[in-house]
Design a protein. Structure first.
Length: 519
C-alpha cells in the first residue's frame, strides 16, 4: 500500500548534483527541486471486503421494510442517496441542513482560507517591488566639519526609488512551499466533503432513530392498552367474586411496569427531535415540522458495493489523508532546500534631486544591481534536525494514511455484515412478534375460560410487549445500517448538486459568490 522508507531514503542521490550544476551555470530560474516527488500510494490489491463471497441478497421478512436487499458491484452512488428512502420530509430536512449548517460553513471558510494561503504562497514566484519616496529639509553648519568660516547652509533633498528583489529558487524550496500549501488546500477540500457526508448521514440516522422510537412507543402503548383492558375485566370479575384480589394487584403492577417504559422512550424521542433541529441549524425551541415513521420510509433495495480499488478515490477521509501525506512530502523538500545556499538578486532605480523639485531633471538618476549568496556554515545542526523532523512527520502521515485506509475498509465490511445480520434479525423478530401476539390472544381466551393460571397470562403479555419492541428496533436497524453503508462508501459527494461545495470568499456579496477552487 505504501512504503515510506523506500520513497524517502536519504536521499535523492541525483537531485543535488543537477542543482549544483545549475548554480555553477547561474541558471537560477531553471533550477530543480530537491526532495521527493510525491506519488499517491496505490490502492490495496484486494477484490472484496469479506473473507467469504457475499450472498447476492439478504433474507426477507413479511413486514414493511423486510424486503430483500441486493449488493450490486460497482453501482454508482447518487449524490442524493437519501432520496432512495422516498421521503419528501427527509429530503426537505437535509436540504435545510445543507443550507444552514454552521459545520459546513466553517469547513467552507477553512477551504477559502487554504485557497488564499496557497495563492499567497505562489506570490513568491514573482519579484518583490517596493517604492520609496523621501524628502528632507536640512540645515548644516560648517562647524560640523571643522570649517566654522563656512557658515550655515539650508537645502532640500528628494529621493524617489524603486527596489526590486528576486530570490532565485535554484533548489526548489519555494516550489516545495507552494506544493505544501496546495496540498493543504486539497486537504481542506476533502474535509469539506467529509463534513457534508457526515451531516447528511447524521440527519438520516436521526430521522430513522425518531421513526424507531415512535414505533417502540406505539408498540409499548399497544401493550399498555391491552393490559388496561385486562385490568378492567379483572376488576369486574373481582366484584363478582370470580377472581382473587391478588390477581388484580398483580395486573396493576404489570400495567404500571409497562407504563414506566414509556417516559424513557419519550425522552429519547424529544432528544432526537432536538438533534434534528440542531442538524438543520435551528434552536431546540424551533419545530422542524416534519415527523418520521417507519411506515413512511422505503427501504432501498439495490445497494452499491464499490470496487475496493475505487474506495480510496471515493472516501474523502482517505483523500484528505493523502493530501496530508503530500504536504508532509513537500515539507521534506523545503527542509532539504534550506540546507543549500540561498541566492537572490536585488536592484534599485530612482532619482535624487536637490532641491526636491529637481527629481525629474535629467542627470540625477541612480541605480544599483547586485546579487547575494548565503550559506549557513555552522548552526548547531539545526537544519539537519529540521530535515529529520520533516522525514519523521512524513512517516507519521504515512502511518495515519494506512490507518485511514484500513478503517475505511473496516467500515464497509461492518456495514455489509450489519445489513446481513439485520435482515436475519428482522425475520426472526417478525416471526417472534406474530407468535407472541397469537400466544397472547390465546392466553387471554384461555384465562377467561379458567384454563390457565393468571401467571401464564402475565408471561404472555410481557413476551408480546418485548417482541413488539424488538421488532421495531430490528426494523429500524435495516434503515440505519443502509445509511451507514452509503456513508462508508463515500456518500456520493462527487455526484452532489452543483453549488453544494460552493464557497464564498471573504467580503464578496452573496450575489457575487464564486467557487474558491474548481472541483
Amino acid at each position: 500500500m505504501l512504503s515510506q522508507s523506500a520513497s524517502l531514503e536519504r536521499r535523492f542521490p541525483g537531485a543535488a548534483s543537477p542543482c549544483l550544476a545549475a548554480l555553477a551555470l547561474a541558471v537560477g530560474l531553471a533550477g530543480c527541486a530537491v526532495g521527493p516527488d510525491f506519488k499517491s500510494p496505490d490502492a490495496p490489491k484486494v477484490d472484496g471486503y469479506t473473507v467469504e463471497k457475499l450472498k447476492p441478497e439478504t433474507s426477507t421478512a413479511v413486514i414493511h421494510g423486510g424486503e430483500a436487499q441486493r449488493f450490486i458491484s460497482d453501482l454508482n452512488i447518487p449524490g442524493q442517496w437519501w432520496s432512495l428512502y422516498r421521503s419528501d420530509a427527509l429530503n426537505r430536512l437535509i436540504s435545510e441542513a445543507i443550507e444552514n449548517s454552521p459545520t459546513l460553513d466553517a469547513a467552507k471558510a477553512a477551504l477559502v482560507e487554504a485557497h488564499e494561503n496557497a495563492a499567497a504562497a505562489r506570490g513568491a514566484f514573482w519579484p518583490t517591488v517596493t517604492g520609496n519616496v523621501s524628502a528632507t529639509r536640512q540645515k548644516i553648519s560648517g562647524a560640523q566639519f571643522g570649517a566654522p568660516d563656512f557658515g550655515t547652509s539650508l537645502f532640500s533633498v528628494g529621493t524617489a526609488e524603486l527596489n526590486v528583489s528576486y530570490p532565485l529558487d535554484v533548489f526548489g524550496g519555494i516550489r516545495r512551499q507552494v506544493e505544501a500549501a496546495e496540498a493543504n488546500e486539497d486537504f481542506e477540500r476533502y474535509e469539506l466533503a467529509a463534513a457534508y457526508i457526515t451531516l447528511t448521514s447524521n440527519v438520516v440516522a436521526a430521522a430513522v432513530q425518531e421513526a424507531s422510537l415512535r414505533a417502540q412507543i406505539a408498540a409499548t402503548q399497544k401493550i399498555v392498552d391491552i393490559e388496561t383492558d385486562e385490568l378492567k375485566v379483572l376488576r369486574q370479575q373481582l366484584s363478582l367474586g370470580g377472581v382473587a384480589g391478588g390477581a388484580v394487584l398483580a395486573q396493576e403492577a404489570t400495567l404500571a411496569q409497562a407504563r414506566t417504559t414509556l417516559p424513557p422512550l419519550q425522552k429519547q424521542l424529544d432528544q432526537t427531535r432536538n438533534q434534528l433541529a440542531a442538524l438543520a441549524g435551528r434552536l431546540p425551541n424551533e419545530d422542524i415540522g416534519a415527523s418520521f415513521d417507519l411506515s413512511a420510509l422505503t427501504l432501498p433495495q439495490d445497494l452499491p458495493l464499490s470496487l475496493p480499488s475505487k474506495l480510496v478515490e471515493q472516501r474523502p477521509d482517505i483523500r484528505a489523508a493523502d493530501a496530508q501525506l503530500h504536504q508532509a512530502s513537500a515539507e521534506v523538500g523545503v527542509a532539504l532546500a534550506n540546507e543549500f545556499p540561498q541566492i537572490s538578486i536585488t536592484g534599485s532605480f530612482g532619482n535624487v534631486g536637490s532641491p526636491a523639485g529637481a527629481l525629474l531633471n535629467p542627470g540625477v538618476g541612480i541605480w544599483s544591481i547586485g546579487g547575494s549568496l548565503a550559506q549557513k556554515v555552522f548552526d548547531g545542526a539545526t537544519l539537519l534536525h529540521k530535515e529529520r523532523a520533516a522525514v519523521a512527520a512524513f512517516d507519521q502521515a504515512a502511518a495515519q494514511y494506512r490507518s485511514t485506509v484500513i478503517g475505511a475498509f473496516q467500515d464497509v465490511a461492518n456495514a455489509i455484515r450489519a445489513l446481513q445480520a439485520d435482515a436475519d434479525t428482522l425475520a426472526a423478530a417478525t416471526a417472534a412478534e406474530i407468535a407472541a401476539d397469537k400466544s397472547l390472544a390465546l392466553s387471554q381466551e384461555q384465562y377467561h375460560l379458567g384454563a390457565i393460571p393468571y401467571t401464564a397470562l402475565l408471561t404472555a403479555e410481557q413476551l408480546a410487549q418485548q417482541a413488539a419492541v424488538t421488532r421495531a428496533q430490528a426494523q429500524a436497524a435495516r434503515y440505519a445500517d443502509t445509511a451507514a453503508l452509503f456513508q462508508a462508501l463515500g456518500g456520493g459527494w462527487w455526484n452532489a448538486e452543483a453549488g453544494v461545495f460552493e464557497t464564498r470568499k471573504p467580503g464578496i456579496p452573496a450575489d457575487e459568490t464564486a467557487k474558491a477552487v474548481s472541483q
